[in-house]
Design a protein around this ligand. Structure first.
Ligand SMILES: C[S@@+](CC[C@H](N)C(=O)[O-])C[C@H]1O[C@@H](n2cnc3c(N)ncnc32)[C@H](O)[C@@H]1O
Length: 245
């Protein structure tokens, strides 16, 4: 163990011992090297903090995609913005400040979100307390992955309702494949998000009991009258900018 700046750090060998040899040392090294865990490389030896032990126990049960870099520094989001599931890091609030009303089901997630000049409100996206055609933009930044499959359409209809004509629904999310017989409980992504001012490293994961992809959300959008104006799909994530016509 090494003490650095008042914190205890453990080498991979020590972590392996502490976890009773349940996770291979190679696997732990990979977590550090791929930035899935914060670690420190000292004289070519990786060290992790005490708190990392819980994260390693989680990572062992998860498929975590990444580390993926996202550049939002030049993202165009117009007018008054409703951010669905805007707790967590509060990325859209951090990006667009006073333009944003961030709603989340959970007060704890909103309290955890970074402070900023945006409004945080406890509200269910299935039952928005806003008038029709009130927002220029609705966003969901890695929030739909947290929504039960049966709630997706209700949330899309609510987003549609509160959007002004020509308003945009902007979605970033994770492609979640079929679990099949893969023996992992969670599926998630570890990412770094660049805003104009800073870089935010975080991770989002869910219990792996659903699938989602670009095609599914394109169909859903079409069904309720949203047109895809722009999109980007890569191996693990998708971005969709819909327009209400
Ligand atoms: C972890 S956040 C996603 C990342 C977040 N947008 C950020 O900027 O870091 C997803 C949030 O969606 C919220 N959520 C799930 N279902 C919801 C619903 N029906 N209405 C509002 N929020 C919901 C969850 O409570 C969770 O905090």
């Amino acid at each position: 163990m090494k003490e650095i700046e008042g914190k205890n750090y453990y080498s991979i060998d020590e972590i392996y011992e502490k976890l009773n040899g349940n996770i291979q040392k190679e696997q732990i090294r990979e977590f550090f090297e791929n930035k899935k865990l914060p670690g420190r490389l000292i004289a070519n030896v990786w060290y992790g903090e005490e708190e990392s032990l819980e994260d390693i126990r989680f990572l062992e049960k998860a498929v975590m995609i990444g580390h993926i870099n996202f550049d939002l520094s030049e993202i165009n989001l117009k007018g008054r913005i409703l951010d669905i599931g805007g707790g967590g890091e509060g990325i859209i609030g951090q990006l667009k400040g006073a333009q944003v009303v961030a709603i989340d089901l959970r007060a704890s997630e909103l309290m955890e979100a970074a402070d900023g000049d945006y409004l945080k409100v406890i509200m269910d996206a299935k039952d928005l307390k806003f008038l029709n055609e009130y927002f220029d933009t609705v966003t969901a930044f890695f929030s739909l992955m947290y929504v039960p499959t049966s709630d997706r359409e209700i949330i899309f209809k609510e987003a549609y309702r509160v959007l002004k004509k020509r308003g945009e629904f902007v979605v970033w999310d994770l492609i979640i494949p079929e679990k099949g017989d893969i023996a992992k409980e969670y599926y998630g992504i570890s990412l770094s998000i660049a805003t104009a001012e800073k870089k935010i490293s975080t991770g989002y994961a869910i219990r792996w009991n659903k699938q989602q992809n670009y095609e599914l959300y394109t169909e859903l959008g079409k069904k309720i009258g949203l047109v895809v104006k722009d999109h980007h799909v890569d191996e693990n994530t998708f971005f969709i900018r819909y327009e209400k016509i």
